[in-house]
Structure formats: structure tokens, C-alpha cells
Design a protein around this ligand. Structure first.
Ligand SMILES: O=C(O)COP(=O)(O)O
Ligand SMILES: [Mg+2]
Length: 224
């Protein structure tokens, strides 16, 4: 019996950190703030989303620099606009993604994406990376009124792909994904090739994968 494998996007399918950080840095530069996030050192923050990056940057401002009230709400749309215009400059799929998606599909599994990225950006990015067509459904931050770790986007991703939640699991990279899977009552595999490395095992995932080529076996064990 085959099932549905649901993928998170940022930090799981693709290393989006450098393009996300460039967008945050453009917002800081526009305000004349001389702080910049580092594409490597701040990759973990990038995978927690746009607002997390803005807060990290503001937090590093000198005490003499006053930020106007509402700065984050003003900068967030700017960040998204800059990011949308430069979405796949440095971004790459992680090693083995395409081969693994092929293998999983050949084994009869349905593939889906559940991301906290805004939907238009997620669509554009997956298109730019040439993999949008591999996924039977895409549920993003604004598809429903709630986002991960609420279990509803996950359930919608599975059901819109034609699968059943009981025969599905999530592949992700953060605590949000861990909580989403727990709330949906499904297993989760977390990737250990992200900025946290093997330390992500602190979240006690059902499996830790260091490379995508481990997924077909996992899918066989968990879904067949
Ligand atoms: O943009 C975010 O907040 C994170 O996106 P993700 O859920 O695909 O990791
Ligand atoms: Mg992620």
C-alpha cells in the first residue's frame, strides 16, 4: 500500500537561506541600519521565516538607533517583495531531492508540500526549481486561515493530494514541523543536513535523515 509523503519547503526541500537573508538585509539597508544577517551563521533564523529574520536584525541594532513603531509590519511586505523578485538566485534543492522524488513516485507514493511560506512565493520557487509538477498539492501559509503547527494545513495537503492522513508522514526541518506532525497524529522525519545538524535530534523525531536517499526505505517501512 502506498501513501502520501508531505514535504516542508524551506530548509527541507531547498536551501533558501541565502536568498531569504538577502531580502532581510535589503530591508535593513533601506532603513540605513548597518546590521546585516550572515548567510551562513544566520541560516537557522532564515528557516524560521521573514519576521524572525527582521527581529534578529533589529535586535542587533545599536541602542542609539530608534526603530519607529510598526517597523516590522512595514518591512515584512518589503522583504517579501524583494524576496519574490530574487527568489532563486542562490537557492538550490538539497542533494538527492529530484532522484528521491522520482523513486517515491515510482514506488506509488503521492507527494505533497506543506509550507509556512506564502503560497505565491512557494509556487514561484518550486517552479523556478523545476519541481512544482512533482507535487499533487501545495498548502502554504495563506492557503487556510491557520498555518503550521496547526494540523489543518497538513491534513489539507494530504487530502487535496488524494491521500489519507493515516497513511502519510511529514518530512521537515524545524520544531514547527515536529509539532505539526504530533498534532496531526503522524510520524515525522527531520533532516539533519540543515544548520542545526544532528542537534535537531533534540526534538525526538521518529527518524532523522542525513540524506534524501534514506526516504524511500523509510516510506516503505512507514507506509507499506
Ligand atoms: O517561511 C517560513 O516561515 C518557513 O517555511 P517552511 O514551512 O517551508 O519551512
Ligand atoms: Mg522548514
Amino acid at each position: 500500500m502506498a501513501g502520501t509523503v508531505v514535504f516542508d519547503l524551506d530548509g527541507t526541500l531547498a536551501d533558501t537561506s541565502a536568498d531569504l537573508i538577502a531580502a532581510a538585509n535589503a530591508c535593513f539597508a533601506a532603513r540605513g541600519i548597518e546590521v546585516a544577517l550572515d548567510p551562513v551563521a544566520d541560516a537557522l533564523t532564515a528557516f524560521h521565516g521573514g519576521r524572525a529574520m527582521l527581529r534578529a536584525g533589529y535586535g542587533r541594532m545599536g541602542a542609539d538607533l530608534l526603530l519607529p513603531p510598526g517597523a516590522e509590519d512595514e518591512d515584512y511586505p518589503r522583504l517579501l517583495e524583494h524576496y519574490g523578485d530574487n527568489i532563486a538566485v542562490h537557492t538550490k534543492l538539497y542533494p538527492g531531492v529530484e532522484e528521491t522524488l522520482d523513486r517515491l513516485a515510482a514506488d506509488g507514493h503521492i507527494l505533497s508540500v506543506c509550507t509556512n511560506k506564502p503560497g505565491a512565493l512557494a509556487e514561484t520557487l518550486l517552479d523556478a526549481l523545476g519541481v512544482r509538477g512533482r507535487f499533487a498539492s501545495l498548502v502554504a501559509a495563506d492557503t487556510l486561515p491557520v498555518r503550521k503547527p496547526d494540523p489543518r494545513p497538513y491534513r489539507a495537503a494530504v487530502e487535496r493530494a488524494g491521500g489519507t492522513v493515516g497513511a502519510s508522514f511529514l518530512v521537515g526541518d524545524t520544531e514547527t514541523d515536529r509539532k505539526t506532525a504530533a498534532a496531526a497524529g503522524v510520524r515525522v522525519a527531520l533532516v539533519s543536513f540543515g544548520p542545526e545538524g544532528e542537534a535537531i535530534s533534540r526534538l525526538a523525531p521518529d527518524a532523522l535523515i542525513g540524506h534524501f536517499d534514506e526516504l524511500p526505505d523509510l516510506a516503505r517501512r512507514w507506509l507499506d
